[in-house]
Design a protein around this ligand. Structure first.
Ligand code: GLN
Length: 231
């Protein structure tokens, strides 16, 4: 039996809008295929060992301050993991910390770990609402709530083009980011239960092989109904 090792980074601090639903989806989609998945929760002070997937959720600026300091201690190790091909998925506040920095509208700049060539600056308006994004994996759908505006540079590319909502910064119509196997997105709600194509894609990257399809009738109906509601 194959095993995937997943590290859930700082779930006690970064976990809003049901971000733990992302972990549940990865677990279930592995179990349904007879793939073993081990989830390790990494909290403040925990060491981090090698994993196939690293997940970091969203949160408020206050929680991000503590996580930013802790995460920075593991920057070199996580950079090595990225360069070995490990998969990272950051949602909203977690996404912001995968870039170079997050400068809140008020308060001090928080260091990121630069796994993505991106930076985030807090604006004076919040982007709140449903989002749909056209990507190579089809339309992604989710809910955004952030004041941070993220800008991508260099080899870091967006996940897709915003159709509804604001995405990375409300200006350039981009949403999310990818560099190597590091992914970031502003989509909450939870992201992966709403977008099973993306869940399977990151599992395939972690395993290094194609997955057998599942009976996704319910997932497909749900996905489509959420897209319809976003309009
Ligand atoms: N604090 C960040 C912002 O508002 C992230 C919010 C979130 O994770 N939902 O930009």
């Amino acid at each position: 039996m194959k095993t995937i090792r997943l590290a859930h980074l700082y779930p006690k601090l970064l976990n809003i809008y049901g971000d733990s639903g992302n972990i549940l989806t990865l677990k279930k989609r592995c179990e349904w295929r007879n793939i073993e998945i081990v989830v390790d929760e990494i909290n403040i002070g925990s060491p981090i060992s090698e994993h196939d997937i690293y997940f970091i959720g969203g949160g408020q600026d206050l929680q991000q301050i503590e996580v930013s300091k802790e995460l920075y201690k593991h920057k070199n190790f996580l950079e090595q993991e990225r360069d070995k091909g490990a998969v990272f998925l950051g949602i909203c506040g977690g996404y912001q910390l995968l870039g170079h920095y997050y400068q809140p509208h008020i308060g001090e700049k928080l260091k990121g770990i630069s796994l993505l060539d991106a930076y985030t600056i807090g604006g004076n308006k919040r982007f709140i609402g449903n989002v749909t994004v056209k990507t190579e994996l089809g339309t992604l759908v989710g809910f955004e709530n952030h004041s941070g505006q993220t800008y991508l540079q260099g080899e870091t590319k967006p996940l897709g083009k915003v159709v509804i909502g604001n995405g990375n910064n409300g200006k350039d119509k981009t949403e999310g980011a990818r560099y190597k196997n590091v992914f970031g997105t502003y989509l909450h709600g939870s992201f992966l239960p709403k977008n099973k194509n993306f869940a399977d894609y990151i599992l395939e990257l972690a395993l290094g092989e194609k997955l057998e399809p599942l009976d996704d009738k319910i997932e497909n109906i749900t996905h489509q109904s959420l897209i319809n509601k976003a309009y």
